[in-house]
Design a protein around this ligand. Structure first.
Ligand SMILES: Nc1ncnc2c1ncn2[C@@H]1O[C@H](COP(=O)(O)OP(=O)(O)OP(=O)(O)O)[C@@H](O)[C@H]1O
Length: 233
């Protein structure tokens, strides 16, 4: 199993007189190599908290995460930092607003794939719908769909094993949404990446995911898969 969590729990410390708050309780999630796993639930149910724990952005309060059978410990080091990635709902936060797009895309690429040379990066851009005319623009000079495709490219160009997709299409119109999902699927076919697809949008899970966990008030309350029982969200 690429990723397995066992009784993963996050309790955010309360502030002032507010008590500690469990955001995720005893979550057990399996993500196989090349699999797309949905995580669906209402606002505040703990989806993003799980995504942040899986990618090392926040520390679990208890429970374990394993990667190919080995425990994941924080801070993430070495190859694990490259392999566990997240793409956010608002692509602006992945880019420096004062730098041309290409600078922000090249930075992680140079860090992790310097040996492949910059031409390989340019060769890959077209499959993400990013073209030379976009590269010297500031993030604010791109459409929402273009910027989200650029943020996807920035992450996938470093060849991750798991990408948490946190509401990545929710700010997009239906055409851009379909483009982004197609790009993600096409890339997955080539590179066997796994996705954790976080969404409120149950219908999207049916078309995009191999199996779907449902979360309610921090607890995983259901799992349906397209291959076993069929989707019955
Ligand atoms: N840093 C934090 N400190 C305290 N509480 C937090 C923090 N981050 C999230 N929470 C709380 O944890 C709970 C789960 O939040 P989370 O963002 O994981 O939910 P979500 O399902 O992703 O919601 P949404 O779909 O609205 O993004 C919420 O009640 C939220 O207020």
């Amino acid at each position: 199993m690429l990723i397995r969590t066992h009784n993963l729990t996050k309790i955010y410390p309360g502030r002032f007189s507010v008590p500690d708050k469990p955001a995720v309780v005893d979550a057990c999630i399996d993500i196989a190599e090349g699999e797309t796993v949905g995580l669906v639930g209402e606002s505040g149910s703990g989806k993003t908290t799980i995504g942040h724990m899986l990618t090392g952005l926040i520390k679990p309060s208890s429970g374990e995460i394993s990667y190919c059978g080995d425990p994941v410990t924080l801070p993430l080091r070495g190859e694990l930092r490259r392999k566990l990635q997240i793409i956010f709902q608002h692509p602006e936060i992945s880019f420096n607003p004062r730098l041309p797009l290409i600078k922000s895309i090249e930075e992680p690429y140079h860090f992790y794939r310097k040996a492949d040379g910059v031409q390989a990066l340019y060769d890959e851009m077209g499959q993400f719908g990013i073209y030379p005319e976009h590269l010297n623009r500031l993030p604010a000079e791109l459409s929402g769909g273009e910027l989200q495709r650029a943020s996807i490219m920035r992450v996938l160009a470093v060849r991750p094993s798991l990408v948490v997709l946190d509401e990545v299409t929710s700010m997009l119109d239906s055409i851009s949404q379909a483009q982004v999902l197609q790009i993600l699927k096409d890339y997955q076919k080539q590179h066997q990446v796994s996705y954790l697809f976080i969404t409120h949008h149950e219908a999207l899970c049916k078309v995009f995911c191999d199996k779907v966990y449902r979360i309610h008030e921090g607890c995983i309350v259901g799992l349906v898969g397209s291959t076993s029982q069929g989707f019955n969200l």
